[in-house]
Design a protein around this ligand. Structure first.
Ligand code: FMN
Length: 211
């Protein structure tokens, strides 16, 4: 393909991405025009490359407001959020996350953390399990909110927890769950989308059936 037309194509693609993002953000701002739940779920996919554009504070707040609507055992709400924007801290987290570059380059990381003490006081041994489940639910709401807001995100769970606890200065009873890297997408989601196991292979009625 000649250079000029390739450049033109890239410009068109870039403009389309900007327009698509503006449309999504606009529809998110007006509840009447919000994308449908089905569309948000369908479009959700991990995005690992971001532009350096910072995320407006009101958008960050909206994501967190979604997160805290998550269900929670006994409504104890064990989640805590560490917002990381400092490039130096992001670089250290990237190292702790097995050198994943997206962790260093994302303009924002929301480290979702579980306060195991808050749960443990009521639920004893089960508290640890509940605090992780609840915080994972909250993390998913962030990932869905990200789609609504025209952002991209990746849930990073491959990290050395000891290092992450140290970098973020977490107290002993607070466990990191996800490092959610967030930014305006510099890539389109993979096409075709990540393959999912056919649903029929996953459904068991009444009792487990070997398939
Ligand atoms: C518990 C957990 C840990 C994950 N850890 C990472 C990770 O460290 N790095 C990464 O790039 N993606 C990570 N992912 C994202 C998965 O790779 C991704 O969800 C999966 O490939 C399906 O793709 P999709 O979410 O785009 O449908 C993680 C997802 C989960 C749920």
């Amino acid at each position: 393909m000649p250079t000029v037309s390739r450049r033109k194509l890239l410009q068109t693609t870039g403009a389309a991405l900007v327009l698509a993002r503006a449309a999504t953000a606009e529809s998110a701002a007006s509840p009447a025009a919000s994308p449908s739940f089905a569309s948000v779920v369908k479009r959700r996919a991990m995005i690992r490359a971001y532009t350096a554009e910072p995320i407006p504070e009101e958008v960050v707040q909206r994501l967190l407001e979604y997160a805290v609507r998550a269900p929670s055992a006994g409504n104890l709400q064990p989640w805590e959020f560490v917002l990381v924007q400092d490039p130096e801290v992001r670089a250290r987290l990237a190292k702790a996350a097995l050198d994943q570059t997206s962790v260093a380059t994302a303009p924002l990381i929301i480290a979702t953390c579980a306060d195991t003490q808050r749960m443990g006081q009521r639920y004893g041994g089960r508290g640890n399990f509940y605090s992780l489940v609840d915080t994972a639910f909250a993390s998913l709401l962030i990932l869905l909110g990200v789609v609504e807001q025209g952002l991209g995100a990746c849930f990073v769970g491959a990290y050395d927890p000891v290092q992450v606890v140290d970098i973020l200065g977490l107290p002993d009873h607070v466990r990191p769950v996800g490092l959610i890297t967030i930014g305006y997408p510099a890539q389109r989601p993979a096409k075709p989308r990540t393959k999912k196991i056919p649903l029929q292979r996953l459904i068991h009625r009444n009792t487990w059936q070997a398939k």
